[in-house]
Design a protein around this ligand. Sequence first.
Ligand SMILES: O=C(O)CCC(=O)C(=O)O
Length: 246
Amino acid sequence: MTSNLDRNGFEIVPAILAGRECEAIKNLAASSLARSAGSRQFLEYGWCWDLAEKLRHHPLLRHLIGPTHVTVQCTYFDKSLLTNWLVAYHQDLSIPVLAHVPSPACTGWAVKDGVTFVQPPLAVLQSLVAVRLHLDRSEDDNGPLRVLSGSHALGRVSAADLPRIRAQHQEETCTVPAGGILALKPLLLHASSKALSVAPRRVLHFVYGPSQLPEGLAWRRLGPKQGPLDAPNSTVSPLRPRRSQI
Ligand SMILES: O=C(O)CCC(=O)C(=O)O
């Protein structure tokens, strides 16, 4: 049977963690952020790696994350009136890799927080699944994600096509209770508005993908078991997503 994730590019599963588990994770995330080299590198923390694995094997999420997929990234988003942002409609096109490869099929090379990112071939992007674990409720007032339902099926889209795509695809606001998850395909066009209320909106954004990559690429997925137990001790402010990619 086709899942909502396959059909629409997103799916909400409301009750994955209990309230007390969310509170414990918020405390861990806050102390990790203070020590982190970047909020894109949370997998280097043991608690976050274990949480990613718990989600990967969770009975309510198994139909969303491929059985052979591995955990490849976790980014922490802490949106509030103090750390506020909006993001225009875009697709997530970059993945973290170990090193540059000389392949014309790979574009958009960049280094962020010391990690190499690349836009891989389309087939890789189509195979990825993002799982956003909501530590707070996400509703109309605190900057929820908005998506254009079904737009993941269009492949990579250009900025010039956006007005037409917006007219043809239903916009959905993804309200999610605390402890719930929003799973989405990174090719799904998504955006978010600024928070308007004092209620924070903390999210751990996990990405799962195939263990092997084409074109000689290799994941840069240093977890506590494969790499340094702790991230470098520089202090950075929480990640503010790019305003607009398209
Ligand atoms: O959480 C947000 O507000 C934006 C997230 C986003 O744009 C992304 O994950 O690409």
